[in-house]
Ligand binder design. Structure first.
Ligand code: 5RP
Length: 249
């Protein structure tokens, strides 16, 4: 029936693609086209809805059987498989040529807030293992100061039984709101990460010194990792609302 309404599939796909979706795709395709090393052997694939287009573009490469892709979580693993790419683990291949990932917010120094999709620990592990880490995002993620656009708070992965203590400690550090992230439709219980941990979202408002905040949070007993990625990214590609792609380096 739908093929009667939309007889040409490519036009149907184009017409239902929102501006944000087009921006994500444009950023991801350009990031891959500009940065994919010709002789790369090990590639990190991040998580989220923008990275879907990274995996799609990498899956179109003629030499796609000549490299191995390392995921940052369950969704990412599925993306690698669905695009006909070869899957490996970070334990097997701890030295990556490049990694691509999305972000929830990016500032001009390329400090990031990540973890909106609850994958921040493995994302940081993969980014830290890569010679080059490239961010792909749409125009809503550009920010002059972290905490301005992404107002849900800094995602923090914690060991489950530490959540009461960590909540108290985060209050002391100045968090305005602290939420134990809930999952499922009915929000029936805490989100469990791929590492069997809990996630806290702690809102510190606008973050003047992301490195300092990261260090303070990271030193709390019970904290596994924070969603503040400092000094890791070498470039960020933003798909723009009006079309085109902006590059920050
Ligand atoms: C998951 C992440 C994602 O990369 C981040 O949330 C961006 O996702 P999207 O591309 O869907 O906006 O950090 O933990």
């Amino acid at each position: 029936f739908s093929s009667i309404l939309f007889p040409i599939p490519s036009i149907r796909k184009y017409s239902i693609m929102s501006l944000v979706e087009k921006a994500k795709k444009a950023a991801a395709y350009k990031a891959v086209d500009d940065n994919f090393p010709p002789n790369a052997k090990y590639i990190g694939i991040g998580s989220g809805s923008t990275v879907v287009y990274v995996a799609e573009r990498i899956g179109q490469l003629p030499n796609k059987d000549s490299f191995i892709c390392i995921p940052t979580g369950f969704q990412s693993k599925q993306l690698i498989i669905d695009n006909g790419l070869t899957l490996g683990t970070i334990e097997q291949f701890p030295d990556l040529d490049i990694a691509f990932d999305g972000a929830d917010e990016v500032d001009p120094k390329l400090s990031l807030i990540k973890g909106g999709g609850a994958c921040l620990f493995q994302e940081k592990l993969v980014a830290a293992s890569a010679k080059k880490f490239i961010v792909v995002a749409d125009y809503r993620k550009e920010s002059n100061v972290l905490g301005k656009q992404w107002t849900q708070g800094v995602p923090i992965e914690i060991v489950p039984n530490s959540y009461v203590k960590v909540t108290k400690d985060l209050k002391q550090l100045g968090a305005k709101t602290i939420t134990l992230r809930q999952g499922g439709k009915a929000k029936a219980g805490p989100v469990i990460t791929d590492n069997n941990n809990f996630l806290i979202d702690a809102d510190f408002g606008e973050i003047e010194d992301p490195a300092d905040l990261h260090n303070k949070i990271k030193s709390l007993v019970g904290v596994v990792e924070t969603g503040l990625f400092i000094g890791m990214a070498s470039a960020s590609y933003f798909g723009e609302e009006a079309g085109g792609v902006k590059l920050w380096t």
